[in-house]
Design a protein around this ligand. Structure first.
Ligand code: F6R
Length: 259
């Protein structure tokens, strides 16, 4: 079962996860991080700026979860731009060691396979940061995605395009296709850290953590992984039937366990 940590604010969640990442990098200076985009991980990246100030990050690697297909990489909302603006620049990572799936139309047929090979070549992802969509997607694995899937092109649902329209001038500007790590790719990372904040995520969080394991709710794939940490605020925890048990467990957690 996933460890569920319920915290008062997104800022506190960011601090907790940043501490875990800083600890990982201290143990493994060549750690491989799986990086999510969107609004959810921003408090983690903010806290990391402080936690990692002065640390040697020259060997830290990163792999983004996904990218829009056909969006110019220099577009401010391409995930290449977002990762560079929110993570690589502020933390001072080596840009050559931080990879984003290639969403260019030319070569898109083998871009997924190439990305999988890159992840495998460095020995896999140590810690994967995840957000969750209101329709239960992780990465851009929309409902119905195979639990065995690897990096490939997917069609975004109308709901996801509507949710992401806030980053674009209008919904018509949100690309229809994306290239995303598969659920199988995500499940191979050694530690999954899923964050969610706000009322709008409560149903998806409850279904992912406590609902039936089903391709119809891709986030439920986390129940198949041996090391998962879910960090949510009170609003996103609203639908959790066992919230009291999660609070009790966390309050009595042995200090040596870490996140
Ligand atoms: C982003 C990603 C998505 C988002 C999800 C939630 O790389 O893979 O799964 O995590 O759409 O988005 P936000 O955080 O903007 O609510």
């Amino acid at each position: 079962m996933a460890e569920v940590v319920i915290v008062p604010t997104a800022q506190e969640a960011g601090g907790l996860v940043a501490d875990a990442i800083a600890g990982l990098i201290a143990r493994r200076p060549d750690a491989v991080l799986g990086l999510a985009t969107g609004s959810t991980p921003l408090p983690v990246y903010d806290a990391l700026r402080v936690r990692l100030a002065g640390a040697d990050l020259s060997r830290v690697r990163g792999f983004a979860l996904d990218e829009y297909v056909g969006l110019d990489p220099s577009h401010p909302e391409s995930y290449r731009s977002v990762i560079s603006r929110e993570v690589v620049g502020p933390l001072g990572l080596d840009p050559a060691l931080v990879r984003v799936p290639d969403g260019a139309l030319e070569g898109i047929e083998h871009a997924g396979e190439d990305y999988e090979a890159e992840i495998e070549a460095v020995g896999g992802i140590d810690l994967q940061i995840l957000g969750i969509g209101t329709d239960g997607h992780i990465g851009f694995n929309e409902p119905g995605s195979s639990f065995a899937s690897t990096t490939r092109v997917k069609t975004l649902t109308e709901q996801t395009r509507r949710d992401n329209a806030r980053f674009f001038a209008s919904i018509d500007d949100v690309p229809m296709h994306c290239i995303t790590q598969g659920l199988g790719t995500i499940l191979r990372a050694r530690h999954l850290v899923l964050l969610a904040f706000g009322e709008g995520k409560a149903d998806a969080v409850a279904a992912a953590v406590e609902g039936p394991v089903s391709a119809s709710l891709p986030g439920s794939a986390i129940q198949l992984h041996p090391h998962v940490t879910v960090v949510v605020d009170e609003a996103a925890a609203r639908g959790l039937a066992h919230a009291d048990y999660y609070r009790y467990t966390y309050a009595n957690k042995p200090a040596w366990q870490g996140l």
